[in-house]
Design a binder for this molecule. Sequence first.
Ligand code: ATP
Length: 247
Amino acid sequence: MSLLTLEDVDAYYGESHILRDLSMAVEDGEVCALLGRNGAGKTTTLRSIVGAKPPTVRDGTITFDGTGVTGRDSEDVSMSGISLVPEERRIFSDLTVAENLHLADVARNRSNTIGRSVSVERSGMSTEEVFDFFPRLEERDSQKAGTLSGGEQQMLAIGRALKQNTRLLMLDEPYEGLAPQIIEAVESAIERISDSGTTLLLVEQNAVAAIGIADRCYVIDQGEIVFEGEAEELREDEETRERYLGV
Ligand code: ATP
């Protein structure tokens, strides 16, 4: 059984039909990539999975670890073990690295107290464990998050997500705006997170970087899946890459 399954999902912003009969699956333990051009529907897919509104999922089903999560509110979905690091990274710029990480603990404990509808007990990584993944953050723990480099901010956003009880970590364009050597640092962190047993769904426009790190890939175009296969297959499928990814 796949860890995450989307079956024939149709999602809308108002009357605007964005995801069309979208089906995909993420297997336990893999790094899966969802690739596509600007506006293809990648972020809408992630938002549909985590129950963010908008969009509205009108048809189809989303199942996580055997349980239907379609239309659940985002707090419930997060409690069940899915974390999303959105494109805009959502860190608190005026707070330090340590304070940002501490706030993730506060949010987790608050959810533990008020969460009723999902029975999973949340226990994410400690700050020490996050620092093991990102020593760079430990070196900068008293620095204001807003003054970190783009790559360091990405590490902090991922670190905050790892403090949740995360079985599936979804990253929306983690390489965006990063210099090549910083991309390498984030890639190596993604590999170590994967080795630690967390399943990853990576959304990227940077197809070359994503293909390099993923086990399997989907390509989305105008809200429809147009390719599904091993990363290796996509690497060799020049036509799909040129047609839908522009590389
Ligand atoms: P990018 O790589 O540029 O982030 P994407 O593949 O993530 O693109 P989405 O953000 O999912 O694409 O957008 C898919 C379509 O939905 C686009 O046509 C976009 O304009 C539209 N869209 C996105 N958000 C909204 C919204 N809140 N209201 C209306 N339409 C939206």
